[in-house]
Design a protein around this ligand. Sequence first.
Ligand SMILES: N[C@@H](CCC(=O)N[C@@H](CS)C(=O)NCC(=O)O)C(=O)O
Length: 276
Amino acid sequence: MQKIESHACCGGTQEVWSHRSHTLDCDMKFGLFLPPQAQDGPVPALYWLSGLTCTEQNFVTKAGVQRYAAEHGIVIVAPDTSPRGDDVADADGYDLGKGAGFYVNATQSPWSAHYRMYDYVVDELPALVEAHFPITSARAISGHSMGGHGALVAALRNPGRYRSVSAFSPIVAPSQVPWGEKAFSAYLGDDRGAWKQYDATSLVKSTTEKLPLLVDQGEADEFLATQLKPQLLVDACAAAGHPLDLRMRPGYDHSYYFIASFVGEHIAHHARALRA
Ligand SMILES: N[C@@H](CCC(=O)N[C@@H](CS)C(=O)NCC(=O)O)C(=O)O
């Protein structure tokens, strides 16, 4: 592992690390914010999953999360959104291939050689950072858009692994919208039965843990009606009796300006669960 950036920030340190991922079989980067409290011993971590076109940089440079993480004593771990490198498969569009891993384990060629972002964010990355940094196994997970989908799926599939989950503008039903249909067809194949394990609206039906879902969604989001469709999650949660706190925000779009406006509320939500 190699530290490639380090900046003093909000009394702590914003770092970027590079490492060899055995799950993805390529070199990967992740952002790591260590709050001041981590100087005195291990603290809990929030794992943040970004959206389409993003790298490990977007959240840590645009959301202003460090001020809240420092206030509450929470580490932020922000991975990249796909495997990287010259020998990693890619596609022309921004919504498939590099920058668009969709947090699944691909089963189809050529993607299956490296695209195993589900195992990377759920297993390899937490094990790595908990072994090398002052980070406890109290975990929270959140994300935006494709990463909001990833956060909901990771939490719903792994009872007990996360203390809390939240999402901004998540793709709640990837099996039913163009972004998800394109990615899942490529990564998982045409058998839609295999898609359900990565679809939050399917997973709420069967999860044994009723971990409350906190979701923020801008009403002026350009992808709201075509790709995000939060009502599908409202309906699925109502049918399953799963707790959902959906906060519709008039005037806000899909951008990091929206995330920056409400990330403090999400960090406070996670801090309550992580420090309970
Ligand atoms: N219109 C965008 C679609 C992708 C997009 O909106 N990406 C969101 C996540 S789904 C994002 O976070 N973009 C990077 C940023 O705003 O920093 C593009 O073509 O780049």
